[in-house]
Design a protein around this ligand. Structure first.
Ligand SMILES: Nc1ncnc2c1ncn2[C@@H]1O[C@H](COP(=O)(O)OP(=O)(O)OP(=O)(O)O)[C@@H](O)[C@H]1O
Ligand SMILES: [Mg+2]
Length: 488
């Protein structure tokens, strides 16, 4: 964060200093978790479902925090505010206002925000110092948290923006007004909360409506609802996709044995060959979106072609393809799931597993509301149509996947439904053979355990990212008191 005195912090958040020197300077990052505090930091005490952050104020000061932002005085220098969530939003905005050199890139979409955010951050880092969120920090908590990482050296601030309802993106755009807005796709993720796909599209459009006239809306030409947003933004429009007429276009897409796409990128009358190092045909869409941003920021096409080839998977559990010592290939795409992202993963399994036994382990798809049965059936049907050999459906809630697969009368594969993830692991232990390719996918937490079991319990590097993902998703942590955060 940029250095601010406590007087400046208090003014920015409309708070009151209690037992705190106005000229004391905050230099370190803002943290909600006392274990993450570093010297010069500011600790924000939230009252959550499981714990009260105020109880960790002393620990934060001992770890080097210069003050605590809290809703009541604590035995430490305190900035007292009514609402800490609103306060960090105001503080984040105050930081943005002090950084006129910053270009803010906002990214939204139903699937692929985190994946695309990671790609954009890697490309822009070639152009200048770039700050982007850990994991999936995309809400009223994770977004200002990320903004507060920016300082006077930062040139690009890449922000994932998630929406659970109307007004969410408008609110996030007020915290950090973007100059570039990327919309990847509009699907049925969170449709249970929104009610209809049209409502989801309207909410996503809030990002491009918030752009300035001299900004850039980077829109997916292949998604009708996203394309239509061209008419809703005051900014310049740049499109990407396979569609003719897209500003940046991928043609002649093919996948290698690892499911990694190669294609020709066409832009501005020029072409360049691209070989992605990340798996899944949906990465073409994400990489095109990322290329659109870098192109808008002035990266020449030749450089872009090379840079795209160097892109890596950063956030875990998203199309993470690895080989086990016993010759089984695992596709860990267990971070989250909705019908579109599951379709993307099933296609990847189809491609990677050509000539091999292909097994999909699929869990419940959450937040589909009235679309729940249809969404699950659609996924099962696709698994069968792709001719997968085995389908392991995990949990009673996911039964529609099995129904969908069995409804495809020509399917010669086998569908088994198990009660929980332990049962899935036990089943896999008995059926997996060298050469098999197994995809693990479902909505968050519990499906991860299956992927972890297949990976081997000793790889802590992956498990360590869990906290990051959960905080970003509005989860909870006992050291912060941060519970589910509700949009203002
Ligand atoms: N363009 C895409 N289309 C469909 N599925 C995708 C796309 N990009 C990524 N996915 C898949 O969607 C899942 C979620 O990916 P990612 O975390 O990037 O999305 P997200 O939009 O950030 O999700 P969340 O809303 O949970 O933050 C992963 O399984 C990933 O492989
Ligand atoms: Mg995300």
């Amino acid at each position: 964060m940029i250095a601010l005195t406590l007087a400046e912090v208090a003014a920015a958040v409309q708070g009151t200093l209690v037992g705190a020197g106005p000229n004391v300077v905050v230099t370190g990052p803002v943290e909600f978790d006392s274990r993450r505090i570093s010297p010069g930091g500011l600790f924000v005490a939230f009252v959550g479902e499981h714990a009260d952050g105020h109880d960790f104020a002393r620990a934060a000061i001992e770890a080097g925090a210069v003050a605590v932002l809290a809703t009541r005085p604590v035995p430490a220098p305190t900035v007292v505010v009514d609402d800490p969530l609103a306060a960090i939003a105001m503080l984040a905005r105050a930081v943005v206002d002090r950084l006129p050199e910053l270009t803010i890139v906002g990214i939204t979409g139903s699937s692929g925000k985190t994946s695309t955010k990671d790609l954009i951050a890697q490309l822009l880092a070639r152009l200048g110092p770039t700050v982007s969120p850990r994991g999936s920090f995309n809400n009223e908590l994770g977004l200002p948290y990320t903004v507060l990482r920016a300082d006077s050296r930062t040139r690009y601030l890449v922000l994932e923006m998630g929406a659970r309802g109307p007004g969410n993106l408008r609110y996030l755009c007020r915290i950090a007004p973007p100059q570039v807005g990327v919309v990847i796709n509009v699907g049925v993720a969170h449709i249970g909360e929104f009610g209809s796909v049209e409502a989801i599209a309207q909410s996503k459009a809030e990002l491009v409506e918030a752009l300035p006239r001299d900004g850039h809306a980077v829109l997916n030409a292949d998604d009708e609802r996203v394309r239509a947003m061209a008419g809703l933004t005051p900014a310049r429009v740049l499109t990407f996709g396979r569609a003719r007429g897209a500003t940046l276009r991928a043609v002649d897409v093919s996948l290698d044995e690892r499911g990694r796409p190669s294609y020709t990128l066409v832009a501005g009358g020029d072409t360049v060959g691209v070989r992605l190092g990340i798996s899944g045909v949906h990465q073409v869409e994400n990489a095109l979106a990322a290329a659109g941003v870098a192109w808008a920021m002035g990266m020449p096409l030749v450089e872009l072609g090379a840079a795209l080839g160097d892109l890596q998977l950063v956030s875990s559990r998203r199309m993470d393809v690895f080989d086990r010592a016993d010759g089984v290939t695992v596709i860990d795409d267990s971070y989250n799931a909705n019908p579109a992202s599951t379709a993307a993963a099933l296609h990847a399994l189809g491609a990677i597993g050509q000539g091999r036994r292909r097994i999909a382990v699929l869990g419940y798809l959450a937040e589909l509301g009235a679309h729940e049965q249809a969404g699950h059936e659609q996924v099962g049907r696709l698994a069968a149509e792709l001719g997968l050999d085995h389908l392991v459906v995990v949990g009673a809630g996911a039964g529609g996947i099995r129904d969908g697969a069995l409804a495809v009368s020509t399917w010669a594969g086998e569908a088994v439904q198990v009660t929980d993830q332990q049962a899935a692991v036990a089943l896999l232990r008995s059926v997996l053979r060298p050469g098999d390719v197994v995809l693990v996918k479902g909505s968050r937490y519990r499906t991860w355990d299956i992927a972890d079991a297949l990976r081997g319990a000793h790889d802590h590097s992956v498990k360590a990212t869990r906290d990051d993902q959960e905080l970003g998703a509005g989860g909870s942590s006992t050291h912060t008191g941060v519970g589910k955060v509700v949009a203002p």
